[in-house]
Design a protein around this ligand. Structure first.
Ligand code: ATP
Ligand code: MG
Length: 430
């Protein structure tokens, strides 16, 4: 029976493995194969004088990156990867690989990101690239564990919607029978409706679609959001949940992904500790103003250089709180004693924003007022506004970008490295 390659150890006698031909070295009397599966690599050594004819024939015919099934005796060998090798008595080509390969899996020939993404299934055969997705999988699993332990309901909101969450232009229209519809940019309104439904604590991990025109290293047109909404909670309560979640996700990766981290060459993996420092928006602006060339003043959105300048100063994960109401969405709750600022926050990695959240306005009339103040028409929000008239509890929540979380966690330079099949301005294939 086939066993994973990392279970082939010098202390077992025989093993059967299956995987891809990673490398072949023919030294005349000896042929060395490196065979790879998702757990590791093993050396398969064929001594031409001793090997059965069928093994020799297959070994001669096989091309790199073909799928093979190999069985034989295991021998301890210091110089081989993992300190062992396999001497096969069977060597079967299960599925041959055509050549030339569109991408070099052993990375002797460097490839640019576009070439890699064009042949992504081959690109992720590279252990170093696959490791990113092992970590991402653990980050996702850690979130499900975290929320389940805390009694959150996992919800699924529709991705085909009739109206924008925030009325913005960042929407993809789609042909939906006779109507116009859009791909949803955020589960925001639906999470809030589930507060009116009495669910109290919900989360969703799902796609968000943003028709951002610009091509940057931290924007995708289809991203994954970890979304949370909690009733009878204010912004402080949900900031606590957010920082504890992120600290937990890092801790899980440190604990369960040491092989993947080593594969990626991550030497020091620091787990952030909750609570993260809080800085008021006005103070953040002051830091940025002292460090960047372009003018910046209270009331401005944070530009990329401003974010970086503040991040350099903070040097760890942190929250920016007390934002001007004017630059936050209509659903952010203004402070009672100073409505010019609101109970919104961003959670930041020193390199970029990871999450935005707020205590929400739960009072129907105030919400209508705030929608109008943003120049939007409340009539377009009828389905959303209705629950606010029928017993809406106070609530707060946030959305955390999965790809940015993984990207900053692993020090990746481009967000596309954190997605299997990125969607950007120029790419809808594969
Ligand atoms: P930014 O200003 O950095 O473009 P945003 O404020 O527009 O982000 P939000 O609407 O606050 O984004 O979304 C919450 C989180 O979702 C962001 O902090 C980010 O982590 C993630 N996110 C939003 N848009 C994108 C995108 N286009 N690509 C990748 N992640 C995104
Ligand atoms: Mg934001």
């Amino acid at each position: 029976m086939r066993i994973p390659i990392n279970e082939v150890t010098p202390d077992i006698e025989r093993a059967e493995i299956a995987g891809w031909v990673h490398e072949v070295r023919d030294l005349g009397g000896l042929t060395f194969f490196l065979i790879r599966d998702r757990t590791g690599i093993v050396q398969v050594t064929i001594v031409k004088k001793k090997a059965p004819a069928a093994v020799l024939e297959a070994a001669k015919a096989v091309s790199r990156e073909s799928v093979v099934r190999v069985a034989g005796t295991v021998k301890a060998i210091d110089k081989a990867p993992g300190g062992r090798e396999l001497n096969p008595d069977t060597f079967e080509i299960v599925s041959a690989c055509a050549s030339p390969l569109p991408l070099d899996v052993v990375e002797k020939v460097p490839a640019d990101l576009d070439t890699r993404l064009d042949a992504r299934f081959l690109d992720v055969r590279k252990p170093r690239v696959a490791a990113v997705f092992k970590v991402r999988s653990a980050v996702t699993a850690a979130a499900y564990d975290f929320f389940t332990q805390r009694g959150f309901y996992n919800i699924t909101s529709p991705k085909i919607v009739a109206a924008a969450t925030e009325g913005g232009t960042e929407l993809f229209p789609i042909a939906y029978f006779e109507k116009e519809a859009f791909l949803n940019q955020s589960p925001q309104l639906y999470k809030q409706m589930m507060m009116a439904a009495g669910f109290e604590k919900v989360f969703e991990i799902g796609p968000i679609f943003r028709a951002e025109e610009h091509n940057t290293v931290r924007h995708l047109n289809e991203a994954t959001s970890i979304d949370v909404e909690v009733s009878f909670a204010d912004h402080e309560d949900v900031m606590k949940i957010l920082e504890e979640l992120v600290a937990h996700q890092y801790a899980v990766v440190a604990d369960r992904c040491s092989d993947a981290l080593a594969e990626m060459g991550v030497e020091e993996f620091e787990v952030p500790k909750a609570p993260f420092p809080r800085i008021a928006y006005a103070d953040a602006i002051e830091i940025a103003a002292g460090k960047i060339e372009e003018p910046i003043a209270c009331g401005d959105d944070l530009s990329t250089p401003a974010e970086r300048a503040i991040g350099d100063e903070m040097g760890e994960h942190y929250f920016i709180v007390d934002w001007p109401s004017a630059i936050r969405p209509y659903y952010a709750m203004p402070y009672e004693d100073d409505p010019a600022i609101c109970k919104a926050f961003d959670m930041m990695h020193p390199r970029m924003e990871l999450s935005s959240g707020a205590q929400r306005v739960h009072q129907h009339d105030l919400l209508v007022e705030q929608i109008q103040a943003k120049g939007l028409n409340p009539e377009n929000f009828e389905f959303y506004l209705q629950p606010f008239a029928y017993g809406m509890p106070p609530h707060a929540g946030w959305g955390l970008g999965m790809e940015r979380l993984v990207m900053t966690m692993l020090g990746l330079q481009n967000i596309r490295e954190a997605v299997l099949f990125p969607r950007d301005r120029h790419r809808v294939v594969p």
